[in-house]
Design a protein around this ligand. Structure first.
Ligand SMILES: Nc1nc2c(ncn2[C@@H]2O[C@H](COP(=O)(O)OP(=O)(O)OP(=O)(O)O)[C@@H](O)[C@H]2O)c(=O)[nH]1
Ligand SMILES: [Mg+2]
Length: 294
């Protein structure tokens, strides 16, 4: 019995590893591979169906078992292909950003339509699959969104790497009120994200969400975008001169010789405003539904 349990655990681990591996393959490559697999099996099946016709309908029925076997292989391939195709259409949206930028408040606002005021610094990722609160009254079947809120504390940020391989979109939350004092730290975190292989290879769309716009002292999204671009430009220069070894596994950012702008990124980067506290979150909901179809 123990042996069986061990095997089941091992099998589950292999399946999990295979899934993680599949998520890391760029969608275009995966589709191309699936297409090739599908066409090859369809071709083989056609050849054998022809034989099936000749031998079974017109002939003596010798090849019946063999053809059934090929039909079974083809159907299995088709099922695997459909499953893999479905898996690439992830429904995970990851919320990242510095501590106290408002990720957890936003998470509850998306889920429950209320801010659950008084949240404390998160020590673990907060995650859940749900239909967005604003869509809960809509009729018909709506696809739930898997939202993950990754704590901003620097020691907990590595958790982000666990969720990026399955992310359909990334929301980088910025405190628009306390922006200037946090600008450098936010730019550093953003730089790290934008140069991650898991983000660049899969071109994960990123939304920079300027939060807390209910406060009159909040900076505008245009101001925040420009300041972040300037700060990332500075980082780009310093990081490439510090150590070539440090950036060996990273992707370089922007266009050499030109000031950095977000439109130079491999993935699509957009900027929006929100107030998690008051529920003004329509722009982030729109971003989510652009990348996780209802
Ligand atoms: N005025 C205003 N305050 C907000 C808003 N969103 C969050 N806050 C406040 O900002 C503080 C931090 O919010 P959290 O959601 O806990 O921040 P967090 O990003 O999850 O922080 P970590 O868990 O440490 O990463 C709380 O006191 C919230 O009440 C907003 O839209 N407007
Ligand atoms: Mg939190």
């Amino acid at each position: 019995m123990d042996g069986l349990e061990q095997w089941t655990n091992q099998l589950q681990q292999w399946v999990h590893e295979a899934e993680t591996w599949v998520h890391q393959i760029p969608a275009s490559q995966l589709y191309a591979a699936l297409c090739a697999l599908f066409l090859t099996t369809a071709f083989l099946l056609l050849i054998h169906l022809k034989r099936f016709y000749v031998y079974n309908i017109l002939g003596n029925g010798i090849c019946q078992k063999k053809n059934l076997f090929f039909l079974l292989i083809f159907l299995s391939c088709l099922i695997i292909a459909v499953r893999l195709f479905k898996r690439t259409q992830s429904n995970t949206i990851v919320l990242a950003g510095l501590s106290a930028s408002g990720k957890t408040v936003l998470f509850y606002q998306l889920r429950d339509g209320s801010s659950h005021q008084g949240t404390v610094t998160s020590m673990d990722p907060n995650e859940g699959s749900f239909v967005l609160h604003s869509e809960s009254t809509k009729k018909g079947k709506i696809k739930p969104v898997h939202v993950v809120d990754v704590p901003g504390h620097s020691r907990l940020r590595p958790k982000l790497d666990e969720y990026l391989p399955q992310a359909a979109g990334l929301v980088f939350v910025v405190d628009a009120v306390e922006f200037l004092s946090n600008c450098r730290a936010a730019a550093e975190y953003l730089y790290d994200i934008l140069t991650k292989a898991s983000v660049v290879k899969r071109k994960i769309p990123l939304l920079i969400l300027c939060n807390k716009t209910d406060k009159v002292t909040a900076h505008t999204k245009e101001f925040i975008r420009k300041q972040l671009e300037k700060e990332i430009d500075k980082l780009r220069a310093s990081r490439t001169t510090v150590s070539a070894a440090d950036i060996a596994n990273e992707f370089t950012l922007g266009v050499t010789g030109e000031a950095f702008v977000f439109s130079h990124c491999h993935n699509k980067v957009t900027v929006a405003e929100a107030s998690g506290l008051t529920g003004e979150i329509s722009q982030v909901e729109q971003f989510i539904r652009e990348h996780v179809k209802p």
